[in-house]
Design a protein around this ligand. Structure first.
Ligand code: FAD
Length: 263
């Protein structure tokens, strides 16, 4: 079976096989002969670092870096599994252990230099991380531009990240608009991109007014759906043809007013 998989040389077939399996599954299903544990370890690839968006502004928390980590847990092939790094942080790291970290800076995903510029942020799930930092920073610098956040997750009762902080940002005016998409709280699934389309007239008005548009989170579905929603808003509310709407979005990107950090 393994030989057929390799000979097929088909990435999709290969990815489908790997999904939900780890090395132990492979070794159990296809026992291989190693002289000793050392020889087994020597054929393994080094653990790769995991990246996490910084979820705090140094102006609000000097000397600290906050992260917002979603813990990966799932069950496949009759065994409970956990993501290596997220469960390390959640379950195994001891108080006195200092995990090794490094900063990988992304100069392409920054707040506008001019604090008067409005900011639209789309960050469902852990995609909210940089936007919590943005909001803290905009408040700390008393930026005058408006801030609009689209956030979403399956359930409001259990998955409302930074709920209290967002309420207080709303109360003190740092967050001008908050739109929430709870995909599993009702029969019909609602996602951030649906709320963008529902609020398309206002979204278009913000964009025409010079707002910067940010997206963070899932690259596989969400970022593409948000891109489509943006096109729809430009077509419907900007009364643009599909080609002109696409050109408008390209122009936003050129002006660095449409920025994404998706994974
Ligand atoms: C630029 C960037 C920024 C990021 N920012 C954040 C952030 O702010 N917060 C955050 O939480 N993450 C963030 N991530 C993702 C993060 O780096 C890790 O990928 C994530 O935490 C999972 O790592 P892990 O070691 O826990 O899981 P891993 O051990 O890497 O396991 C993940 C793998 O498990 C498998 N898997 C997962 N779910 C299932 C399932 N249901 N069924 C079958 N198989 C499954 C898949 O093969 C998946 O690739 C970011 C990634 C990038 C690239």
């Amino acid at each position: 079976m393994l030989r057929a998989l390799i000979e097929a040389d088909d990435k999709k077939v290969y990815d489908d096989f790997c999904w939900g399996r780890d090395l132990i599954d492979l070794v159990i299903d296809h026992p291989a002969h190693f002289q000793n544990a050392g020889e087994f370890i020597s054929v393994l690839k080094k653990l790769q670092p995991r990246l996490y968006s910084i979820a705090s502004s140094p102006r609000a928390h000097p000397g600290e870096v906050h992260l917002c980590v979603g813990i990966v847990r799932y069950e496949t092939f009759g065994r409970k599994r956990g993501g290596i790094c997220s469960t390390f942080l959640a379950d195994r790291v001891a108080e006195d252990v200092r995990p090794r970290v490094f900063v990988h800076s992304n100069s392409a995903f920054r707040l506008p230099e001019n604090g008067d510029t409005d900011v639209i942020m789309v960050g469902p799930g852990t995609g909210i991380a940089p936007f919590r930092a943005f909001l803290e920073d905009r408040k700390a610098t008393a930026a005058k531009g408006r801030n609009w956040l689209f956030f979403g997750n399956p359930h409001s009762a259990t998955d409302f990240l930074y709920q209290e902080e967002l309420s207080s940002f709303q109360a003190n005016g740092a967050l001008s608009r908050l739109d929430l998409a709870w995909s599993r709280d009702q029969k019909e699934k609602i996602y951030v991109q649906n709320l963008m389309v529902q609020n398309g007239a206002e979204l278009w008005e913000w964009l025409k007014n010079g707002a910067a548009f940010y997206v963070c989170g899932d690259a596989s579905r969400m970022a593409k759906d948000v891109d489509q929603a943006l096109l729809k808003v430009a077509e419907e509310h900007g009364e643009l043809s599909p080609d002109a709407a696409a050109a408008f979005i390209s122009q936003l990107k050129k002006e660095k007013r449409y920025l994404r950090d998706v994974y």
